[in-house]
Design a protein around this ligand. Sequence first.
Ligand SMILES: Nc1ncnc2c1ncn2[C@@H]1O[C@H](COP(=O)(O)OP(=O)(O)O)[C@@H](O)[C@H]1O
Ligand SMILES: O=P(O)(O)OC[C@H]1O[C@](O)(COP(=O)(O)O)[C@@H](O)[C@@H]1O
Ligand SMILES: [Mg+2]
Length: 530
Amino acid sequence: MRRQPTVDDGKKGWLAEAPIAGGDVKAWAVEEMWCSRASSMASGSGRRQNGSVKKVDDGVELSGAHTPLRKPSFRDMSSKPQKIPNSRMAYPNPLQNNPAYSVVKQYFVNVDDTVAHKVYFESDEVHACIVTCGGLCPGLNTVIREIVCGLYDMYGVTKVLGIDGGYRGFYARNTITFTPKSVNDIHKRGGTIIGTSRGGHDTLKIVDSIQDRGINQVYIIGGDGTQKGASAIFEEIQKRGLKVSIAGIPKTIDNDIMVIDKSFGFDTAVEEAQRAINAAHVEAESVENGIGVVKLMGRYSGFIAMYATLASRDVDCCLIPESPFYLEGKGGLLEFIERRLKENGHMVIVVAEGAGQDLIAKSMQSMDHQDASGNKLLLDVGLWLSQKIKDHFSNHKMSITLKYIDPTYMIRAVPSNASDNVYCTLLAHSAIHGAMAGYTGFIVGPVNGRHAYIPFHRITERCKKVVITDRMWARLLSSTNQPSFLSHEHVEDAKKEDEASHHFFLDAANKNHDHDEHATDDSRIGNGAI
Ligand SMILES: Nc1ncnc2c1ncn2[C@@H]1O[C@H](COP(=O)(O)OP(=O)(O)O)[C@@H](O)[C@H]1O
Ligand SMILES: O=P(O)(O)OC[C@H]1O[C@](O)(COP(=O)(O)O)[C@@H](O)[C@@H]1O
Ligand SMILES: [Mg+2]
């Protein structure tokens, strides 16, 4: 049996990058070609900016010349894609006849690296379903649309179902039949046309439903919780020996999913947040001692608040969950507000919803409550902070006008912007090509700019956080001139946390590498069944 080319043949990495054309790992470069083609189409330019597609990539060049490499490179992550057991790529790949995948000379892609000749599923036998779980996020409908249209248009698949209302929809709700026509306009709407939910994950019932309905491709769109659920479904599918591909598309408005560069909807959220910050600024600067407080989403990770602050330049102080702060005394927030009002006559504070939860819990002696998925329910930091500021200035007989704006659900409910739409399309296509090729148990996403297939456990083990000892947060501090609030111990802890996160990947990579050393050729990728 011919050994299937492994990622080690071209570059070390996980899964070779998403084989856009479906199938052979040699097709990894084509995803890059398609990325650049899609984005150049979106920008109106006819060709790639960076010249040729490189065969070996450690991801370094994409992290910027002076930025230390924080993210694990492909070299750090030697893990293997899974394939449906005993899979044989037996069927001709319909993409071979698709003009979008013909080789265009200007992209410098070798013909051998383009469309795989065979795929795992025959178009007629595919019965796909799509489910969305967890909180809303701009772009959900775009991903749904592109999965449906991609399956129809690229692979000639005509059986695609929507599962109504999240995981519990598999066993407790109806399904919706999708066609390209029925999803044609949905990307212009916020939310998800198939609904979503928290809780209700019952692995056995879900897999029973998949089996009973004869579904063989499951596209699961959701955040960290959803992907843990997807992983459990995948395990059960393996246990039952079903020939079903489970593909995850990571969703999180908070951008807190590990490993991938950025989650869809995040750009849109940062953009939409500008409207609220602008309003807070207008209100604040129109009155004497005006203070605008804007709450943004970010349960454990303050990415939206950080990027929205950096983008706006009207923000005087940004508070995020990763960076503890305090109110009273020297170097505290209240002292800073007083100083800023004296200097400028107004100020704007952006606060991520997960910031200061320990302070609020202490002052309110609140109980821990959880949502249906087991996520901690947060106390309203915006309301709490606004009241604390009002009380402070009233005690100090200083008159202020404070306006509190909570745009969180308005931001989450908008349709995705143009760049997120293109990104959602790439994610959807990547998922489709992976599933058609017989990969399973993976999520899709760009890692250092290259679209990759990532095993579930890689992204569910940790949550991505703002690194407060890193440059981006330093840039924010220098743009707002806010106090850092941090003690020496805080900084040391943050450094340790960052190191731990970095080592997490290296350790995992070493373990996988040892394992690979002993692996047989057949077990390397997809059981070597080509
Ligand atoms: N550890 C887990 N194992 C299995 N299913 C889970 C797990 N955590 C969450 N889920 C399920 O995933 C879905 C969404 O999870 P949730 O945490 O609400 O949102 P998100 O996926 O956006 O993080 C819910 O249906 C929930 O029951
Ligand atoms: O009110 P809900 O639906 O629980 O949503 C609130 C949560 O949803 C989020 O927007 C996203 O969380 P998930 O990614 O876990 O869905 C959080 O920022 C926020 O805390
Ligand atoms: Mg979550």
